[in-house]
Design a protein around this ligand. Structure first.
Ligand code: INI
Length: 156
């Protein structure tokens, strides 16, 4: 059986956009750092990476869609952190962000890696932003890298 699978390699001309929320920036900045570091360490040159900031995770889908439609990137990493509060606001932000990012990927055909933490507490967020549960930004960046390679293989 022929297996077609993306490799964790940086194609020299592949461009990556990190689209990141400023809300909860203490955490999100760690996700950005993890994502950028993972891309760099896999050989993505600095000039092939850009960072786009939006106010909060609710705004991620539109910016992701715009970056994709403008042809600015071969893959996008969406980064944000939604932390449950005392009201149901969290549910709306998290669900619209998740749905919207997925819709933007399907509508544009550009791979979008989902690096948005949806957690109950600040402690859970810290654990996933470069401490004991790894760095979800870095994990998302590696998915983006792999998907670019897979999309190229599936092109012809
Ligand atoms: N945005 C987040 O990225 N994380 C959150 O936890 C959050 N909460 O809980 O309010 C949040 N709200 C802001 C939202 O994303 C929009 O920026 C705002 O509603 C303006 O449209």
């Amino acid at each position: 059986m022929q297996v077609i699978e993306g490799q964790l390699v940086a194609l020299q001309d592949a461009r990556f956009a990190l689209v990141a929320a400023r809300f909860n920036d203490l955490i999100v900045d760690r996700l950005i750092g993890g994502a950028a570091d993972a891309l760099r360490r896999h050989g993505v040159p600095e000039e092939n990476m850009e960072l786009v900031r939006v106010p909060g995770s609710f705004e991620l889908p539109l910016a992701v869609q715009r970056v994709a439609d403008a042809g600015r990137a071969d893959a996008i990493v969406a980064l944000g952190t939604v932390i449950r509060g005392g009201t149901d606001h969290y549910e709306y932000v998290a669900s619209e962000c998740t749905k919207g990012v997925a819709q933007a990927m399907m509508a544009s055909g550009v791979p979008v890696a989902y690096g948005v933490l949806t957690v109950e507490t600040v402690e859970q967020a810290i654990e996933r932003a470069g401490t004991k549960a790894g760095n979800k930004g870095a994990e998302a960046a590696l998915s983006a890298l792999e998907m670019v390679d897979l999309m190229r293989q599936l092109e012809a």
